[in-house]
Design a protein around this ligand. Sequence first.
Ligand SMILES: NC(=O)c1ccc[n+]([C@@H]2O[C@H](COP(=O)([O-])OP(=O)(O)OC[C@H]3O[C@@H](n4cnc5c(N)ncnc54)[C@H](O)[C@@H]3O)[C@@H](O)[C@H]2O)c1
Length: 248
Amino acid sequence: MTDDFADQIILVTGAGDGIGRASARRFAELGGIVVLIDVRGVEEVEAELTAKGCTVIGATMDVRNGAAWNKLVADLLVRFGRIDVLVNNAGIAMPGDSVIGSTEDMWDQMMSINAKGVWLGMQAVLPAMVAAKRGKICNVASTAAHIGLRDAAVYCASKGAVLALTRQAGVQYAADNVQINSVSPGTTMTGIQRTVTDAQRAAFLPLTPIGRFAQSEEVAETIVFLCSAGSSFVTGADLSVDGGMVAL
Ligand SMILES: NC(=O)c1ccc[n+]([C@@H]2O[C@H](COP(=O)([O-])OP(=O)(O)OC[C@H]3O[C@@H](n4cnc5c(N)ncnc54)[C@H](O)[C@@H]3O)[C@@H](O)[C@H]2O)c1
């Protein structure tokens, strides 16, 4: 493994399920103090990781809520004095998402969770990271940021925003020794796949050179790498974890 996260303060959003849960588990196994952020309860993940002897802190929070972000970060700074890592992973997709089929409500929900939530998270932790001249942020984008996926119009737009924001912030804070990168997962077998029909998912398989879909743990390993000391000269970058889809 790339790093030892002993005693690092690591915030993971969307930690209640899927890629976020797998990432939180890996950081915790590597010794991090992991703050499990999710809009729904994270008791199950907390119980799983605490039983393994890991140190985790549950935080029920909506990533769209800037005041909640600021309070969480202020509380953590009082308690620990620093934030080492932020993984902005929480995100949603919605069915019927073509330009014609999508609604203003779908636009508002996907843009506010997938894009605004990432911006708010970075805005909350960056002052402390910049002051400490140390920090790592990994945002979760998607292949949808790189190619036009059918029935994912607003989702594609929201993930394009994540990619652009990551690039910009990576440049802005590079000299402050804060590295900001993103991952772009391909089809990964998580709860978000409920928004896609079996037929739609099957259509992705020939577009995935590796010939199968990802497990959450495979994406988590890349997120952990981008937050580790081993990625010290990587910033403003996006790493595809898609079985070769966007290389096709
Ligand atoms: N699974 C895939 O195929 C795939 C592919 C590319 C990108 N992604 C991205 O990966 C990330 C994780 O998705 P996943 O596949 O693990 O999905 P998931 O549905 O399994 O997990 C997402 C988690 O985010 C939480 N969440 C949703 N809205 C939230 C909010 N407003 N505030 C806080 N938490 C919230 C959910 O409660 C859930 O626990 C998302 O950003 C998604 O867009 C997933």
